[in-house]
Design a protein around this ligand. Structure first.
Ligand code: F6R
Length: 243
């Protein structure tokens, strides 16, 4: 793992944006894998700034998001569709046909997962996958489990993830209990991975991700086996690593 530590989220995002920009320059029609959540927001702001300044061209990219809540239509304020259009897509000039997210309202979820996986394959696989990380080591919505998940699938969110997502909804009962997510194998097949974490609350899971045993109880630990991972951390998130 290539570990990069900077003082704060802003500095981390400048590094992350530079890596995205390098990917765009190498391959203008690249496939980007994208997360939602709080972590990517400064990166998305920086990418929007670069696009507005004519320093990043997203006109040929294809994007695939990691996940979407089951039961939320794309128009819902808290859907990941809406999150992505609000925070990134509308600001970097991509067209709807360039972007992909699983549908949270598909009646046949198994078929929707298979369709999504096939679409990633048809696009040639993900070139650069950006990830955040849950406090329990989830990546995408692959929660700690008995085995690493494989393809895009439907998952039950754990109580800790429901609690963490509670802040975006009016009541806890409104927080969706299930999501469609790229599987661990889907994520692992990306050619390059950029995992970003900030803050003291992520320090212990970052230590487990980097130095702990590789086990499905800590889904992010599988990244130790990937040959091209950058871990971008602020000082607090890196505090439990002996660097
Ligand atoms: C969301 C996703 C999740 C988040 C994780 C961290 O698309 O893939 O794995 O990255 O829950 O969330 P934040 O960034 O809000 O701490």
């Amino acid at each position: 793992m290539h570990i990069i530590v900077r003082e704060n989220a802003q500095e981390i995002c400048e590094v992350a944006a530079a890596l995205v920009r390098a990917q765009l320059l190498r391959k203008p029609n690249c496939v980007l894998g994208l997360p939602t959540g709080s972590t990517p927001l400064p990166l998305y702001a920086e990418l929007a700034r670069l696009a507005a300044a004519g320093q990043a061209d997203f006109s040929q990219v294809t994007t695939f998001n990691l996940d979407e809540y089951v039961g939320l239509p794309r128009e819902h304020e808290q859907s990941y569709h809406n999150f992505m259009w609000t925070n990134l897509f509308s600001k970097i000039g991509v067209r709807p046909e360039q972007v992909n997210l699983p549908s949270g309202i598909a009646t046949d979820t198994a078929a929707e997962c298979a369709r999504y996986e096939a679409a990633i394959d048809a696009a040639g696989g993900v070139d650069l996958q950006v990830l955040g990380i849950g406090h329990n080591g989830h990546i995408g919505f692959n929660e700690p489990a008995e085995a690493f998940s494989e393809q895009t699938c439907m998952v039950e969110l754990t109580p800790s993830t429901i609690q963490a997502n509670r802040r975006f909804f009016e009541t806890e009962a409104d927080v969706p209990r299930r999501a469609l997510t790229m599987g661990i194998r889907t994520i692992f097949r990306a050619k390059e991975i950029l995992l970003i974490a900030y803050g003291a609350a992520k320090a212990d899971i970052i230590r487990q991700t980097v130095c702990g045993p590789i086990q499905p109880g800590v889904p992010s630990s599988v990244l130790q086996l990937h040959s091209n991972v950058h871990l971008l951390l602020d000082r607090e998130a890196a505090a439990a690593l002996s660097l």
